[in-house]
Design a protein around this ligand. Sequence first.
Ligand code: FDP
Length: 337
Amino acid sequence: MEKLITIERHILELERAHPNATGVFTSLLYDIALAAKIIARETMRAGLTQILGMVGRMNVQGEQQMKLDVFANETIIRMNSTTGRVAVMASEEDDSIIVPPQPYCDIGQYALLFDPLDGSSNIDVNVSVGTIFAIYHRKTTSGPGALSDCLQPGRDLAAAGYVIYGPSNMLVYTAGHGVHGFTLDPSLGEFLPSHPDLRFPEKPKYYSTNQGNEHFWSTGVRRYTDWLQGVNPDEPSQPLAARYVGSLVADFHRNLLSGGVYYYSTDTKSTEGKLRLAYEAAPMAYIAQQAGGYASDGAQDILDIVPTDLHQRTALYIGTRSLVLKAEQYLRRYDSE
Ligand code: FDP
């Protein structure tokens, strides 16, 4: 009979496989899972709140209703500020690093980077959104955590994951031993294992991109898209179906389960790309790699890029390995004069 365990037990059991583990890392993942439950609860309420017309007004306690992305951001920060596990944090919502108060910022061993509510424009229309997180060992050896602890290449990640708030809420994470998916059982309030050892399927089904940007794309990106659609006369291929939610977490998750590629290229309108390297592209790239996939900026492995700025943007091609390698091939062939 399959054993029934919670995410906390699962993390603990993985930790037992590492004799030198102190338990700090396990607790940090547990803190994130708890923050995810709180955000999931609020996300579910958000739809209702809007129907009842309360957003932007006072709630029953006389407080202003908080926007969900702000709520998610504050929840994760509060959950991790005084545990003594995190030396420094960085969020999509904050310009600078977030340093926990003394003595916690001194004793913390990890840097936690996150996008509290990715794809947030979807929230107003009741479509899936997500949280992305990245955990690094701190590099600084004493004192409070610093910016340099957050500017590490994805290859050095200790763990990464995402939470998807959708028809059901799921937490998917990797700590370097495969990718594990958990589904929140609302009646128990626990994440239960539902998708052990996730891997991209061999045969992909989908491509996901904002094709409204086509006029701004390079020749390489257009030819690559033709190839994905099976209409490139120079290179016949099996056409893939297009699916685009406009929330990286949701698009990635679907492609992880069904096979496919998500891409947001650089173009004449945004020469840097759109997605953020440190807390969007890098953690998702690590998950992709652990699931047998690949992520590239079109020329190199996302995991090799060392960020120089917290909010640095990048192009991103991510998903089934062969599809991402093909993107690199097309960009090399058509765009690298
Ligand atoms: P959003 O701006 O809504 O937070 O993180 C950036 C992101 O969402 C991705 O999640 C999403 O895939 C992409 O941007 C959507 O961008 P477009 O609206 O330009 O397609």
